[in-house]
Each structure stands twice: as structure tokens, then as C-alpha cells.
Design a protein. Structure first.
Length: 371
């Protein structure tokens, strides 16, 4: 470690992103990227924006993107904040809204960037255990016995579990914590959930964060946004303009606007993923895997007769990447991105061979979660 590092840097445990290897014929199911490409209209808009105008700075306020997003969600433009991917939006929210005198609460099994941000910004936090079935329980986030959160954040659907908290339960958390910001990270909501954006006009403490990386197939473009009360958005803008006044470039703005405008393509592509996910869940269950109910573009599964790390390593030997987390409570699970039908078929066939080689019977070891 460098002697020139600040004390903050010495104490950081950085986030580890999923692998992005360049291997021929790789079946890449480890980073929850959309298996199908972005809207052709978005691609054309990016091409059209590749002009001499790139010598000029982009719109620092991203007014065109904020306008189409406000129209899409039925809110005012002042209720929209945009950033360089939802991770930057979240980073600004941690600094602007979630760093309070009391602890920040989030699930013990969740997006692993949250504790990283807490370390970066010096935020005290509490990991609230998920239930035994890996679901988030709304009552665990309500003030009790003199204990209350300074702020709350959770993904919905949760990551990496994929489980969904119904909108009425989300509202219960928001309504039960009127003095705390509640941030709902909805990176995967378009694959089977109901967005809490419907609640933002009723609750000034609610912030909802979305990304273009998953359901809009634009992970390489880096666009994210938040929707909430104008006061919350102003706090984010103050941090953004103290950090980087131009977070989205001209190509990202053009592509994002066109993507939002091509609503039919967006919805059809989401539905394709949902259909493939349903088939993948059925195929995994037939092999004896226990699969958590997923409302995301991935599934979280484990086999009672096979070690998760060993399965992930064996798949890797066959050029199939899935995500394995060496973390308490979930070290036997595989997080598997929903790929194309062909990719999922290759995965299932590889797992069928691995299960058979281990002597496990699908009928004997089949397991489900009784939720």
C-alpha cells in the first residue's frame, strides 16, 4: 500500500465487479446484461450525434432527457436527476441524502456496493437480516423499541436474490419512516415489479433510482436517474455540480432519449427476458436446484447436493460464466443472468452433465422455497 494514500483510501474495501473477459464463444451469464441489443432508434440517435458537435460540452442539465423521463413517469422535470450510470446516482445520494446522524439501514444480503459507499463516505450503517427465505420484511425497517433509521436503502427486486417486495410493503416502509430518506434501487423492476415512482408525489422522503443498463440494454452507455421530491433532487444536483457538471456526454444523452421514446421495443424486449427466465427456472428445478422467486433478469439458485463454488468453477471450465459470491448465507448460490434461449439451453445442458457426474438425482434432490 502506498504511503501517499489518504487514511480513507487505506480503509477502503472496493467493490468487485463481475468479470468482463474476452473469450471466444463465451456464454456470459455473470453481470446481468441484457441478452438482446438496445433499441435500433437509440443506436441511430447515437450515430446521428457523432458529429463535429462533439467538440462542444454536453447539456449540463440534460434537459431533453429529463423531459422525456418526466413525461414517461408522469412527474415534473424538477423531480428527475440523471447521472453517469445508476452507480453515480447512488454515490451522490449516499453523500447528499443517506449520510445522517443515525445509522443507514439496508439488507444483510444486498447490492455489495452499499457498504463500499458507506466506507468511502464514512457512513455508519446497519445490515438488517433478510428472513430465512431470503425475503425482505417491511416490519424490520420500521421504528421499534426506540430504534429508528437515519436513512434506508434497498434494491427492489433485491440483488442478488431477485426477490420482490410488493408495492404496498414498500409504501409501509416509506410511510413508517417520515423523518428518514428511503431510497428504493429499482435496477431490475422492469422485469416483473411495480415501480415505487407511483408513490413519490405522496412521500417527500422517497427517492427511486433507475438505470438504463439492464432493461434498456445500454450498460455500455452509462446512464442512470432518480425520481423524487424536488427537494431531494436539489440535494443531488448540489453534490453533482460540486463534483462533475457534465456527467452525461452527447452520445449518452442522444441514445437515452431515443431509448425512452421507443417504448414498444423496450416492453417487448423485457417480455422476452421474462419468458426465458420462466423456462430457465423450470429447467433448473428439474435438475434439482432450489430457485428463489425472481422478478429480475437473473435467478438465484443452489443445489442441495453440489457446492456452489465448485459448480461455478466447473462451468467456467466450459466457458460458461455465472456469478458466485463467497459471502455468508449465500455462498452456495449461483446468480445466473437470463441470457438468450440458446445461452440458457447451453447452461442447462452443462449443469445436467455436472449433476449426473456427481451422482445426484434430480428427483431425489429437487427442492423449492415455500414462500
Amino acid at each position: 500500500m502506498s504511503r501517499y494514500w489518504s487514511a480513507v483510501v487505506h480503509g477502503l474495501t472496493p467493490y468487485t465487479p463481475g468479470e468482463q473477459p474476452t473469450i471466444d464463444n463465451l456464454v456470459k451469464l455473470n453481470t446481468n446484461e441484457h441478452p438482446y441489443g438496445p433499441s435500433p432508434k437509440a443506436l441511430q440517435a447515437i450515430r446521428d450525434a457523432t458529429t463535429d458537435a462533439l467538440r462542444l460540452y454536453p447539456d449540463p442539465n440534460a434537459d431533453a432527457l429529463k423531459a422525456v423521463l418526466a413525461s414517461q413517469h408522469g412527474v415534473q422535470r424538477a423531480q428527475i436527476f440523471v447521472g453517469n450510470g445508476s452507480d453515480e446516482v447512488l454515490a451522490h445520494a449516499f453523500q447528499a441524502l443517506l449520510k445522517q446522524d443515525r445509522e443507514l439501514w439496508f439488507p444483510d444480503v444486498t447490492y455489495s456496493f452499499y457498504p463500499v459507499y458507506c466506507g468511502l463516505y464514512g457512513i455508519r450503517h446497519r445490515a438488517v437480516p433478510l428472513a430465512d427465505d431470503y425475503t425482505l420484511q417491511a416490519q424490520d425497517y420500521l421504528p421499534s423499541n426506540g430504534q429508528r433509521a437515519g436513512a434506508i436503502i434497498f434494491p427492489n427486486p433485491n440483488a442478488p436474490t431477485g426477490t420482490l417486495l410488493p408495492l404496498e410493503a414498500v409504501e409501509r416502509i416509506v410511510a413508517g419512516n417520515p423523518d428518514a430518506v428511503v431510497l428504493v434501487d429499482e435496477a431490475y423492476v422492469d422485469f416483473g415489479g411495480q415501480s415505487a415512482i407511483a408513490l413519490v408525489d405522496r412521500y417527500p422522503n422517497l427517492l427511486v433510482v433507475h438505470t438504463f443498463s439492464k432493461s434498456r440494454s445500454l450498460a455500455g452507455l452509462r446512464v442512470g436517474y432518480a425520481v423524487g421530491h424536488a427537494d431531494l433532487i436539489e440535494g443531488l444536483e448540489r453534490v453533482k455540480n460540486s463534483f462533475n457538471s457534465y456527467p452525461l456526454d452527447r452520445l449518452a444523452l442522444a441514445g437515452a432519449v431515443a431509448s425512452v421514446q421507443d417504448d414498444a421495443f423496450f416492453r417487448a424486449n423485457c417480455q422476452r427476458v421474462i419468458q426465458t427466465r420462466d423456462q430457465l427456472v423450470a429447467d433448473l428445478a428439474a435438475l434439482g436446484f432450489a430457485v428463489l422467486p425472481s422478478a429480475a433478469n437473473f435467478v438465484f439458485a443452489r443445489h442441495p447436493a453440489h457446492d456452489g463454488a465448485q459448480l461455478a468453477a466447473a462451468l467456467r471450465q466450459q466457458a460458461i460464466l455465472v456469478r458466485h459470491f463467497k459471502l455468508p448465507r449465500i455462498d452456495q448460490f449461483l446468480r445466473i443472468t437470463v441470457g438468450t434461449d440458446a445461452q440458457c439451453a447451453i447452461l442447462v445442458e452443462a449443469l445436467r452433465r455436472l449433476v449426473a457426474a456427481g451422482g445426484a438425482s434430480a428427483e431425489a434432490t429437487a427442492g423449492t422455497f415455500d414462500l
